[in-house]
Design a protein around this ligand. Sequence first.
Ligand code: ADP
Length: 500
Amino acid sequence: QFPFGRRLPCDIYWHGVSFHDNNIFSGQVNKFPGMMETVRKITLSRAMRIMQDLFPLEYNFYPRSWILPEELPLFVAEVRMMKDNNPSWKPTFIVKPDGGCQGDGIYLIKDPSDIRLTGSIQSRPAVVQEYICKPLLMDKLKFDIRLYVLLKSLEPLEIYIAKDGLSRFCTEPYQEPTLKNLHQVFMHLTNYSLNIHSGNFIHSDSVNTGSKRTFSSILCRLSSRGADVKKLWSDIISLVIKTIIALTPELKVYYQSDIPAGKPGPTCFQILGFDILLMKNLKPVLLEVNANPSMRIEHEQELSPGVFENVPSPVDEEVKVAVIRDTLRLVDPQKKKRKDTHTLSEIPGPAVQQGGGVVCEGAAALHKRRCCSQALFQGLGWMDEAPASLRERWARIQGSETDPFNNPFSAALPSLCLKQVFPKYAKQFSYLRLVDRVAALFIRFLGVKGTTKLGPTAFRTFIRNCKLSNSNFSMAAVDILYIDITRRWNSMGIDHKESG
Ligand code: ADP
């Protein structure tokens, strides 16, 4: 740790909280400017709403959400209208304070009139969201999935997903929400930080039992029940790509503001934590995106009343060590040089050598667990698309892996757990990058570097150059639109640095 900064430049800077932890002019930083702001509950909901308005079917993986307090009247009106249209609809909603985490301040309601308007909501904005009442259960318990995603680059967009994640379990058997059980957090909220305080929380050294398990162990269970886990993975990949596409316009404006093109600056990458809920029908639903996912590989254990100790958590270690190790391998500044001799990191893992099929006979031993997830991934077709030349090369490298003199780079490293999904699947998603292109135009017309707002004259020029004005949309209307947008943003009390 260098709280006062380093005098010598580094290749990689690993910041604890945000991009702005230090002044940096070169190398790579593990945070993007503006990421924390962009994935806050309100900003994420707004970005998803824009995409839902443009591409309703493609973005139906995000629950219908309203921003409080400003959309309270809209929320009330829409719910009333939906209830009138469908009297049998008995919804539940979840209210989540903006910027909250670990389940802090979250509560469930049955009716918009139950929103707690006293005090906090005015000072603390929130998102109210449709509650997913029929989640997939395992051992009668609700659980969610934490998946790690590496945003390796914004321009060009490069996304990797870790092939294993965590599943965090509730500690009370799930029942659909009723007025009687709405307050039971151990039944409805999967947060580890809440459930750890339940007497039913089970610490387990095994990855497929207890209150925190690996996602691959869930996939194994589902696969043994005949579920289509290949489709589930492809739905999750598509959810991750679409979510990042929704976030990139805002991120690019921040990026341009902090690291203007042509000025010396670092490049950025970031590990994100995606929280996903599976519905009963296996449809994945995005709950939220975390800019600073916990990378702890220990958990607290109460030895005797009031006496706590940090003990290793094998499940966290299994998943998180691989994510950090592979992130460093992918951003390794020396990698480019090595690539000329070995293309190891781009080559699919050992599953290429192994037989196919899904292995599910439990995962007591570590190597067995790895086989399980690798085989699963091969079953999912992540790895079997490698061209023959790469496979041959991989086989050669594998053969030499035990001999560090033959292959000094990959000697003790397991295969990559992070798999590229973008640009690999870019073609299927390029039509969704509409707002991204608008952001590129916006940045183009910002004029002044280091700002994220267009003034009224620049806004006129922007509209004119985009050929958006016509007989129905006069320059007077453009001015009114500008005033309207500015007023709306100001009334939200949003920090003026936030992009427009
Ligand atoms: P926090 O950042 O405070 O953890 P989340 O958005 O992750 O907030 O919500 C906390 C928990 O509440 C989630 O882990 C999940 O169990 C539950 N939850 C959140 N949103 C929904 C929803 N729309 N439907 C069902 N459960 C939800």
